[in-house]
Design a protein around this ligand. Sequence first.
Ligand code: SAM
Length: 193
Amino acid sequence: MKPDLEIDFDRPGPDYHRKAVKGRRELLARAVGAQQGARKILDLSAGLAQDAVFLCQMGFTVTAVERHPVIAGLLTSALQRTRRPELRERLTIREGDARDVLREPDCARDFDAAYFDPMYPLKKKSALPRKEMLLFRELVGDDADAAEVVRLALRLGPPRLAVKRPLKAPPLLEGVKHSFEGTTVRYDIYVRS
Ligand SMILES: C[S@@+](CC[C@H](N)C(=O)[O-])C[C@H]1O[C@@H](n2cnc3c(N)ncnc32)[C@H](O)[C@@H]1O
């Protein structure tokens, strides 16, 4: 029997209550440009919004875009139900394709940075993800158009783009200015010319 996919930002546990032990020196905060003064972030791939919630927790204002209607609906309802003030005040969920948001005339001005975390293929050797994660993957698929989103973000989006990749995976697109490396993931930083 398939488990139901549930999104509850208030549920205790690590998914939505990550410890920001280093504050704005957390890798994700540095990747979106905390040290350069970034405050408003456009998340081009909301997914389960774990990163978006973490960013709000660290004080950023986040608009998170999700194109899968079921996931976007679950996120919207989780946001309506949450009692967490930092999410009620600083998180916006938008259903749709991030490319359409990037094409909006004020997009480059409205945000300090964009963040993109497309799906990547499962490694054969990796630990089996939780059933919820498998169901999520089955729903949203592989984001085969990810490089195109990066290309468009560099043409039309905010001045900075951080792309999350598995540590050893090649960049989605050439032109990475620098990277922040964690133990399993890497954030490739692009700066719009
Ligand atoms: C790996 S998940 C993101 C996980 C997310 N960072 C988190 O912390 O939960 C990728 C998500 O991005 C969405 N996505 C990929 N490309 C998109 C696009 N062009 N527009 C909107 N959503 C997109 C997929 O539907 C999927 O839900």
